[in-house]
Every structure is written in structure tokens, then in C-alpha cells.
Ligand binder design. Structure first.
Ligand code: ADP
Length: 258
């Protein structure tokens, strides 16, 4: 795989109980991605966490209820988050770019082309694009005119757009199980999923954690998009981002959708 999109979930970036930054994860992520750049790979990072980081910065213990407040918190967090990435990647001599996207890239061919061109140019310049949804513009989770839905689907859209060889989705769980392992200890890990049928959708259950909004439902939607485009996605545990090395070496980690 030469062109790789990596999506990291809030659960891998923040300590769930305090919403403080998991600096070790972030530092390791920057190390691995920078090392991949040195190996000649093209790397795009889709990072969640803006609301969580904003909550930490503003000292909020729970996610705000209203959409305007969420947007405000997200814009505080997005700035801080990019600042952290900037610092961490600079440590390894790498440049990053902030790309805040809206559903426009799907709706308007010209927007899609502009975004594609910007990606191409950044990758040519050896920059690591860091992508998130533009929360200030994208109003409502239910407003499908502006909103992608979530970063899981956004990462699949980006992978489609730039024709990535692989989408790596890092979460707080080892892969996709036959049920939620939190409530069902006998759930088993799927190593490969080639077809998202009813039983798979059933296994995804409801939403996930406190800061993440997706859970497995949105990861399956992303996987569907990837499969439809004959691409590959691997869902794996982002606790230690060095797992990316194992993934690229073809070790049997996580769940492969292909
Ligand atoms: P992220 O913030 O990384 O996007 P989420 O917290 O939204 O992650 O989703 C991951 C969570 O989804 C897991 O911690 C797990 O509790 C839950 N989950 C529900 N169903 C499943 C399943 N079938 N397999 C794996 N995890 C599941």
C-alpha cells in the first residue's frame, strides 16, 4: 500500500474518563506516520477529537447539549488539536496541513475537484493532510445537506476521493466482533469481512463511547462505501499506533474489509 488514509477516533486520542489528551498515543502516531513518510508512503490523517479536546480545554465535563455550543467547543478544540499535531510532526521534520471538509465535496463536482487537487498537491509537497469535518459549517448530524455524518464515513469518502490503497481505522477495540464485547464477553473477532449482510449489521449494535459518536454502525457504513469501490479497510486497535506496522506487514491484526 502506497497511499494510506488513517482515521483515528476520539477514544484513541483522549482518556475517556477525564477527556485529557493521551499524549503517548498522539506522539506515537506522529512517529509512525512520519516514519511511513520516510519509507515513501503517502499518508493522510483523518482525526476526530475536536469536541473532546475543546471540552478538556474549556473544563467541561459533558458534551454540550446544543448544536451551537458543540460548534463553539469544536472550534476551540480543532485549533488546539492541530497545534498539537503541528508540534508532534515537526519533531520528525514533517509538515502538516489542516483540511476542513463539508459534504460539498460529494454534492458539487467542482468542490470535489478542488479538494482532490488540493490533496494531490499536498501529497506531492510531502505534506501530511490532517482532515476533519468543518463543524462550523456542517450544522446538524441529521442535516444531510451539509454533514457527512461522522469521521468514519468522512475517512471512507476521502479514501475514495484520492483512490487510497488502504484505509486504516484506529479505534479502542481490536476489530469487529460478533457482538459488542463490552456487553457480550463471548463475542468473537472477525478477521475478514467481505460482505456486510444482516448478521453483521446486527452485531454492530448501538453507539459507542462517551466522546466518540460513531460506534460500529458508522464504521460499517464506511466499510460499505470502501467495499463498493473495491478498496480495502482495516479496523484495528489504536491504543498503540505501532500496530500500523503490523497492518502493513500483513500480520493478522484487526478486521480486514475487502
Ligand atoms: P471511536 O471513537 O474510535 O470511533 P467508538 O467508541 O465510536 O470508537 O466505537 C468503538 C466501540 O464500539 C467499541 O469500544 C465497542 O464498545 C463498540 N462496539 C459495539 N459493537 C461492536 C462490535 N460488534 N465489535 C466491536 N466493537 C463494538
Amino acid at each position: 500500500a502506497k497511499r494510506i488514509v488513517i482515521k483515528i477516533g476520539t477514544s484513541s486520542l483522549l482518556y475517556q474518563d477525564t477527556s485529557k489528551l493521551n499524549l503517548r498515543s498522539i506522539e506515537r502516531l506522529a512517529f509512525v506516520l512520519s516514519d511511513l513518510k520516510n519509507q515513501g508512503k503517502e499518508v493522510v490523517l483523518v482525526s476526530s477529537g475536536a469536541i473532546g479536546v475543546g471540552m478538556g480545554r474549556l473544563g467541561l465535563s459533558k458534551r454540550p447539549d446544543t448544536i451551537p455550543a458543540q460548534q463553539a467547543v469544536a472550534s476551540v478544540g480543532q485549533g488546539e488539536l492541530l497545534g498539537i499535531y503541528e508540534r508532534e510532526f515537526q519533531h520528525y521534520g514533517k509538515s502538516v496541513a489542516q483540511m476542513l471538509l463539508t459534504r460539498d465535496v460529494l454534492v458539487y463536482p467542482q468542490s470535489k475537484k478542488n479538494v482532490f487537487n488540493a490533496f494531490q498537491e499536498l501529497l506531492k509537497m510531502n505534506v501530511i493532510p490532517i482532515v476533519n469535518e468543518n463543524d462550523t459549517v456542517s450544522v446538524d448530524e441529521l442535516d444531510h445537506k451539509t454533514k457527512f455524518g461522522d469521521n468514519d464515513q468522512l475517512s471512507a469518502i476521502v479514501a475514495n476521493l484520492i483512490d487510497a490503497d488502504l484505509l486504516i481505522m484506529l479505534s479502542d477495540i481490536d476489530g469487529f466482533y460478533s457482538g459488542n464485547p463490552l456487553s457480550n464477553p463471548s463475542a468473537e473477532l472477525y478477521h475478514t469481512i467481505t460482505n456486510i449482510d444482516g448478521s453483521i449489521i446486527q452485531a454492530a449494535g448501538g453507539v459507542g463511547t462517551k466522546f466518540g459518536t460513531g460506534g460500529m454502525v458508522t464504521k460499517l457504513k464506511a466499510a460499505k462505501r470502501i467495499l463498493k469501490n473495491h478498496q480495502k479497510m482495516i479496523l484495528a486497535n489504536g491504543k498503540n499506533p505501532r500496530i500500523i506496522y503490523n497492518i502493513l506487514a500483513g500480520d493478522p491484526v484487526g478486521t480486514l474489509f475487502e
